[in-house]
Design a protein around this ligand. Structure first.
Ligand SMILES: [Zn+2]
Length: 271
């Protein structure tokens, strides 16, 4: 599943090239998770001003409105001068003066949604509940710790919920909690200020490293057939149940939290 780093790398791969492109036509495939919300013909003639990201949404700013694009579970986005003929899983294409933006999404949990602005519906509904962006200056210790103090759920689930800090998916939450030495089951409100700071730094580190890694493989992953590759960190903890901790050698344990697998080292993450 594309996580924040993959979405950010996707943005970086096309933002400069598509900025200034005028939309010439739109092709819609099978229905996606949510409807576009506008007659696609009304997009024709509009110019893509820039591409931003909020959480896992890409925001394509048009002249007077915004297109929100989510990759869902299996989506990938490519932008190229031309593409091979659309396949069965290519469900949205924006033909522009600078190239063709194509969304490939076999499971169709992704979506492209039109909104008059990000402060109006339907964008407001999709973006309104999102927490702070972890890779911006707004992700301060004050904001983070204050957010954690208001939540009694386990820290890992609070991270995944995305309403304190956005875009920390299952892998990245597990890795960051390991780096910060925090047990994933600890209640968020019980995370002390110094430990919140360790966790804040760890979250930034794992996400920034993943973006950097994706950025360095950008050439490979926006390859000729237009498939976006996903990339993972060399995990310290995630997926390593039963294996020795890379720091202390203790056997890594796995538990379930809210239907999701959680991994931790009982020694390095005592509480
Ligand atoms: Zn350990």
């Amino acid at each position: 599943m594309p996580e924040l780093p993959e979405v950010e790398v996707t943005r970086l791969s096309l933002a400069d090239r598509i900025a200034g492109a005028r939309i010439e036509s739109v092709r819609m495939g099978k229905p996606l998770r949510w409807p576009l919300g506008i007659d696609s013909q009304r997009l024709v003639g509009q110019v893509v001003q820039r591409v931003r990201r909020r959480g896992k949404y890409l925001l394509f700013d048009l002249d007077q409105s915004v297109l929100l694009l989510h990759l869902g579970m299996s989506g990938s986005l490519s932008f190229a001068a031309s593409h091979p003929e659309a396949g069965a899983h290519d469900h949205f294409e924006l033909f522009t003066t600078r190239g063709v933006l194509r969304l490939n999404d076999p499971r169709r949990f992704g979506a492209v949604v039109h909104s008059s602005s990000e402060r109006h519906e339907p964008a407001l509904k999709l973006l309104g509940g999102l927490g702070v962006e972890p890779l911006t200056d707004e992700f301060t210790l004050e904001a983070f710790h204050a957010g954690l103090k208001r939540r009694s759920a386990p820290i890992k689930q609070v991270l995944l919920a995305g309403n304190v800090v956005v875009g920390v998916g299952n892998i990245y939450a597990s890795e960051a909690l390991f780096l910060a030495g925090i047990r994933p089951t600890l209640r968020a409100a019980k995370v002390s200020r110094p430990r919140a700071e360790k966790l804040r730094i760890a979250i930034r580190e794992v996400l920034a490293r993943a973006v950097a890694k994706g950025g360095s493989t950008l050439r490979d992953f926006s390859n000729a057939d237009g498939q976006t590759g996903y990339f993972q960190l060399e995990a310290m903890i995630y997926g390593r149940e039963g294996q020795p901790c890379r720091v202390c050698g203790t056997t890594i344990r796995a538990i379930r939290q809210g239907q999701r697998a959680t991994f931790f080292c009982p020694h390095c993450q005592k509480s």
